[in-house]
Design a protein around this ligand. Structure first.
Ligand code: SAJ
Length: 410
């Protein structure tokens, strides 16, 4: 089958390459010339475990270009960011992709929307754009992605997934396509249910993290180690509490709950969870302020800029919020992240980033940060705040550091 994948980002590109490796003729389309040129030159635009190997294996069946061309199947995998002023989904890229596909659509072609959208978007917005006022003769499905950055390929190939078709024929066509490279179970439903399920999954995770964060705040007040407490609570067969931290970043968990809120006046818990997670950056800076009391012109060093462990992705990272708030408190802010290559001001190594600094704040739980040698750091004042519960506190204490961990008040 000839397949056009529109959007060659973190989801679209791996998907396109998996389909190419499965034997389809795949055209990867992106409006970003930089991405297209890189791929044409044999270079991946971002890193992800296994992607390079897959690229080699899929190369002969894959080509990148900036224009959509007539195909049998079209997969839309473009970003759907949040319009920060209106607090609703910005569907500009979905609209552009749909309008680019529409002139090519033939009877029984299959269009798949993978991008996350508010419930009702397929039926009320995307399908009308594709149909251009005529009766729909193409097949349509919404098949939201569940893969997690850092394990994208493994999860794309193994996760169960939800395929929401507009009719039986569309559902069968989507199942056939995904079963070509996925060994997970494929569950068919209607399109709006699929849209809602996707938002529910990420909202569930956001609310669970908010609960962990609230447990951490209370634990600090009552003098309990929340990390130990969560570990013990999770020994219950029906309890699975996530981890507290500096807040929730990434392109999905911090945003998708808001897509749900835009459609209702009945939500109570979901906005509260967002508020709790967003407030963690303030809590982190509050601890820094306490540790830095009496120090003139203090400098802090953030360890980690990525939104989560072991990825080079900074989208919506809590590190930015911690940095901004700290700056408004009069702190000089430095950053060190060994995985981020293209950020001005990122220090090349931890020794330089920590030199004459007054406080380290571990924001991202990169594996690299677990093995920092505290004795190698020449700081002006020896303070560290661990927002992820990963450093060996005894070791840091032994090396003369004042240590603070979120969710632990000792
Ligand atoms: N985080 C915590 N505590 C935790 C787990 C995560 O504070 O216990 C933070 C992370 O540090 C990060 C943020 O939450 O800042 C989000 O990270 P994540 O690993 O929870 O999720 P994402 O955004 O990388 O990927 C999520 C996944 N969704 C779910 O697990 C329900 C993934 O499966 C989705 O495909 C992805 O969103 C998406 O694209 O929707």
């Amino acid at each position: 089958m000839k397949i056009s994948v529109i959007g060659l980002g973190y989801i679209g590109l791996p998907n396109a390459l998996l389909l190419a490796r499965a034997g389809h003729e795949v055209i990867g389309v992106d409006i970003n010339d930089g991405i297209v040129e890189k791929l044409k030159g044999g270079v991946l635009p971002f890193d992800e475990p296994g992607l390079q190997k897959l690229f080699e294996e899929a190369k002969l069946k894959f080509k990148a270009q900036s224009m959509v061309e007539s195909s049998d199947c079209y997969i839309i995998a473009v970003p759907t960011p949040l319009d920060s002023e209106m607090k609703i989904a910005n569907l500009k890229s979905v609209k552009a992709a749909s309008e680019a596909i529409a002139p090519h659509l033939k009877k029984d072609d299959l269009v798949i929307l993978e991008s996350t959208v508010p419930p009702g978007t397929s039926v009320n917005y995307v399908i009308p754009l594709l149909s251009k006022g005529k009766e729909r003769e193409f097949l349509y499905a919404h098949c939201p992605e569940r893969a997690i950055p850092g394990k994208t390929l493994t999860e794309m190939c193994n996760n169960d997934r939800i395929l929401g078709g507009i009719d039986d024929q569309s559902r069968s066509a989507a199942i056939e396509l995904y079963s070509g490279f996925s060994s997970g179970k494929l569950y068919a439903c209607d399109v709006t249910t699929a849209e809602y399920v996707k938002l529910m999954e990420n909202t569930y995770r956001d609310v669970n993290i908010a609960l962990a964060n609230e447990f951490a705040l209370i634990a600090e007040e009552i003098g309990v180690d929340v990390w130990k407490a969560i570990e013990l609570a999770n020994k219950h067969p029906r309890v699975d509490i996530l981890k507290p931290g500096p807040g929730v970043g990434g392109h999905c968990i911090a945003i998708d709950p808001l897509f749900m809120l835009a459609k209702t006046s009945n939500a109570r818990l979901i906005p509260l969870a967002r508020e709790i997670n967003d407030s963690m950056a303030i809590h982190v800076v509050k601890h820094a302020k306490e540790m830095l009391k009496g120090i003139t012109n203090p400098t802090i060093t953030l360890l980690g800029l990525a939104y989560k462990a072991n990825v080079d992705d900074t989208r919506e990272s809590p590190a930015f919020k911690v940095a901004r708030i700290a700056e408004t408190e009069g702190m000089n802010v430095r950053v060190f992240d060994p995985l981020i290559k293209d950020f001005d001001g990122n220090y090349g190594d931890i020794e330089a980033a920590a030199m004459q600094s007054d406080c380290l704040i571990l924001v991202t739980d990169h594996d690299d940060f677990r093995s920092i040698d505290p004795s190698s750091l020449q700081m002006r004042n020896f303070n560290i705040i661990d927002t992820r519960g990963i450093i060996d506190l005894d070791l840091w204490l032994k090396n003369g550091f004042n240590c603070k961990r979120i969710g632990l008040n000792e």
